[in-house]
Write a protein that binds this ligand. Structure first.
Ligand code: GMT
Length: 377
């Protein structure tokens, strides 16, 4: 039986957890000897330098003059079919139901052969787009026509069933971190640029969309900074950034908060922190909390979506109701002012990230799903 596969991967290649997971998975599969073909509109941002077994196929959209809106989805479906035919792909693994699962379905129709489609759901495709009546039927089609569907948390599986009335099997495949990249980095020479030795560093990393509730981050920090010498580092950019900057100025916190913008070396950046804040309204998984966990940094998160599947309350972080900044701040002060508790949480974070969310185990899980749909178990 041929264990080495030819796999096409489509994801949103720009910043975002789903793009990170798809790209890292592709790299790990390539390391195991599989041939991986990324089919995306631009090079996935974490792809890095040339690597054996990895290929990139750019989706180019035809701007023909009768098109009022250039049809990206059709260009993607066509490219998927072309690459699948030319490279003799065994399967397409698409991340996000819309449009990717639907494009893969179209590609399969074009090919008229037995190529398989595996779809991974990441969250927003269900929790936001799935609520849109004009898209529901399309998302359901993409999911039901896939040969296997995976989701990144139990909560997302339940949401998919509830929101879209889906009854088919959905595999649970938690997100993962590459332990060779995500480990506590020695940043002692950098730390002094951001805080004095007696100050604690709180951090938030996101795309600054309303769903992340970054203003709660500021409120938690304001409370913490009244109790403990501390600094807040905000990493990332997005639509809420101007509002957040204004709020920080209004609250007189400008001297204690630094904006680091978009950063690539996340393991290095997170290692600067004593605590990560993730007070999201909705989060199917919360990859950044796992990245922090693997670097030994606990998270205070909201009781939203899949966050409680990731953060163990009182062990690797704390959980509080969405919007309850008072409780979040109380936990932050409790943890940051207790060196023994901080050391225990750090150990628990390192242990759990290795044990439950390590790259090897989750890559094997995806491989098993591929072999299953191909009938090669
Ligand atoms: O909302 C984001 O932060 C971006 C989005 C994405 O496309 O990456 O994140 C979703 O997928 C991530 C990877 O599986 C999850 O870690 C995030 O929790 C999920 N975001 C939401 O559910 C809001």
């Amino acid at each position: 039986m041929d264990r080495l596969l030819k796999i096409g991967i489509t994801c949103y290649p720009s910043l975002g957890g789903s793009g990170v997971v798809a790209t890292e998975l592709g790299k790990l599969l390539a390391e195991k000897g599989h041939e991986v073909h990324f089919i995306t509109h631009s090079v996935p941002f974490r792809l890095g330098t040339f690597q054996k077994n990895i290929f990139y196929h750019e989706v180019e959209v035809n701007d023909y003059y009768v098109f009022r809106y250039p049809p990206y989805d059709l260009a993607l479906a066509t490219k998927m079919a072309q690459v699948a035919k030319m490279q003799k792909l065994d399967l397409l693994h698409v991340h996000y139901a819309v449009p990717h699962a639907v494009c893969a379905f179209l590609a399969k129709q074009m090919l008229g052969n037995d190529m398989k489609v595996v779809t991974t759901l990441h969250g927003t495709d269900i929790t936001v787009l799935g609520q849109d009546e004009s898209l529901k039927d399309l998302i359901r089609l993409g999911i039901n026509e896939s040969d296997a569907v995976t989701a990144v948390s139990k909560d997302l599986i339940n949401e998919t069933r509830k929101v879209l009335d889906i009854t088919r099997d959905i595999d649970l495949t938690y997100n993962f971190v590459d332990k060779r990249v995500y480990y506590p980095r020695d940043v002692s020479d950098l730390r002094g640029d951001f805080a004095t030795p007696d100050e604690k560093i709180l951090m938030h990393i996101s795309n600054f969309r309303p769903v992340k509730r970054v203003s709660d981050v500021v409120e938690v920090f304001a409370r913490v900074s009244r109790e403990l010498p501390s600094r807040l580092l905000l990493v990332g950019e997005g639509p809420e950034l101007p509002k957040i900057q204004a709020k920080i100025a209004e609250m007189g916190l400008e001297d204690k908060v630094r904006f680091l913008g978009k950063q690539d070396e996340i393991a290095q950046v997170i290692s600067l922190a004593d605590l990560l804040l993730l007070p999201s309204e909705k989060e199917s998984f919360g990859l950044v909390a796992l990245e922090a966990m693997a670097c030994g940094v606990p998270t205070i998160g909201s009781l939203a979506g899949g966050i409680p599947e990731l953060i163990q309350h009182g062990k690797t972080g704390f959980l509080a109701p969405i919007g309850d900044t008072e409780t979040m701040a109380k936990y932050a002060v409790q943890l940051l002012s207790d060196d023994k508790m901080t050391a225990e949480f750090r150990e628990a974070c390192l242990h759990r990230s290795c044990k439950d969310f390590c790259n090897d185990a989750i890559t094997n899980q995806y491989e098993d799903i591929y072999y299953r749909v191909l009938g090669r178990q």
